[in-house]
Design a binder for this molecule. Structure first.
Ligand code: NAD
Length: 367
């Protein structure tokens, strides 16, 4: 079976880190791994330069008809003066919106070799493996009415609306339960049902969905403020956390930082079954280091590995890639952003080469 994959390198360090994904794809294809039909196109500033829009309609159609999309990063000072709706970031927002990618997955995985990079004590973060599932297209960021108005007494009032429907809650809940089944089978659902009706509904719907279809999965509920605290106190208690757009925004950043390194953080955005998932690193286009061979490609490589796991049904190969990343880090090979004492610094392509070498070694050992 050939997987249809769209690659969108984007701006800044995007093309450099995507080159390492392509290297990895080449290795997989020549080592009896999955096969890919690859389409590559522009997004963000590079698309604005090439097509006059940060996501061309033709590019969107290519994305729509693929099995998965892997993106690098968008943005940079070059496009600071461009109209708001044509800014590089608008291309990414359009892609998420057009494909209705309502579930954002952010793993917080601490590799043993990087345990010292966290600001928390090693014994707290060692072995950490959390997956945050954030609802991405509803809630207070999109709810109406919203605005800033002037009151009769001359005061100004800013307001937003937190709103969730049964179907919005259930579809993201389903994603969380399904993913938990592929992991440690535990889901923690977070809201503020003690003070918000939308949170009360959230808890009721997740509870009902669990009872109807997922009672083999262990479900617990937690108020979002307590979850923020527990993530610092005892993060290992969590497997999958499912939460709304606002709380997810905050909790996923907090959980990600437990790992201590932006250059290592992958993400995925998923929609309804049959819609291609979008896989991208959490970091931006890092204009300060673009073109210098300093970028860490591992966040993008781990995003590609998530695509293998969650969209392409190639979990064994995702496992192999994650194991190879672990070997590389354990052997002391580092890009500049994750350097530590007694490690050896390599360039972006040096990291990609080290990964291929680790895969070769693993293959030779297995033979
Ligand atoms: P950034 O993530 O690009 O960079 C923050 C810092 O982390 C910089 O010092 C950078 O050098 C470093 N860094 C980031 N990725 C790295 C990697 N892979 N390896 C090593 N170091 C890395 O955030 P920023 O500087 O706030 O934003 C720069 C541009 O990226 C802006 O135009 C912003 O809008 C855009 N952005 C895009 C995305 C995206 O594409 N999803 C996300 C965030 C920011």
């Amino acid at each position: 079976m050939t997987h249809k994959l769209t690659l969108l390198p984007g701006d800044g360090i995007g093309p450099e880190i995507m080159a390492e994904v392509k290297k990895l794809i080449g290795w997989l294809e020549s080592n009896n791994g999955p096969r890919f039909a690859i389409t590559e196109d522009h997004i963000g500033g590079s698309a604005y330069d090439a097509y006059g829009a940060p996501l061309a309609d033709e590019t969107l159609e290519k994305c729509r008809t693929s099995d998965a999309i892997v993106m690098g990063s968008v943005g940079g000072p070059k496009w600071d003066g461009v109209d708001y709706n044509l800014r590089p970031e608008a291309g990414l927002l359009r892609l998420r919106k057009e494909l209705d990618l309502f579930a954002n997955l952010r793993p917080a995985l601490v590799f043993d070799a990087l345990v010292e990079a966290s600001t928390l004590k090693p014994e707290i973060v060692k072995g950490l493996d959390i997956l945050i599932v954030r609802e991405l297209t509803g809630g207070v960021y999109f709810g109406e009415p919203r605005g800033i108005e002037t009151l009769e007494n001359g005061e100004r009032r800013g307001f937003n609306t937190q709103t969730y429907t049964t179907s919005e809650i259930r579809r993201v809940g389903r994603v969380a339960f399904e993913l938990a089944r592929k992991r440690s089978n535990r889901v923690t659902s977070c809201e503020k049902g003690n003070v918000m009706e939308s949170g009360k509904l959230w808890r009721e719907e997740i509870t009902a969905l669990h009872a109807e279809s997922y009672n083999d999965v262990e479900l617990s509920h937690m108020y979002a403020d307590n979850c923020a605290m527990q993530l610092l106190r005892n993060p290992s208690q969590f497997d999958v956390i499912v939460t709304d757009n606002l709380f997810g925004d905050i909790l996923s950043d907090e959980a990600a930082m437990l790992t201590g390194s932006l250059g290592m953080l992958p993400s995925a955005s998923l929609g309804a079954p049959g819609v291609p998932g979008l896989y991208e690193p959490v970091h931006g286009s890092a204009p300060d280091i673009a073109g210098q061979g300093k970028a860490n490609p591992l966040a993008t490589i781990l995003s590609f590995s998530m695509a293998l796991r969650y969209s392409l049904d190639e979990s064994d190969w995702a496992d192999a890639i994650e194991k190879a990343v672990q070997h590389v880090l354990e052997s002391g090979i580092r890009t500049a952003d994750i350097m530590a004492d007694q490690t050896r610094q390599v360039s972006t392509s040096g990291m990609g080469d080290a990964l291929i070498e680790a895969l070769d070694t693993m293959k030779a050992k297995a033979a």
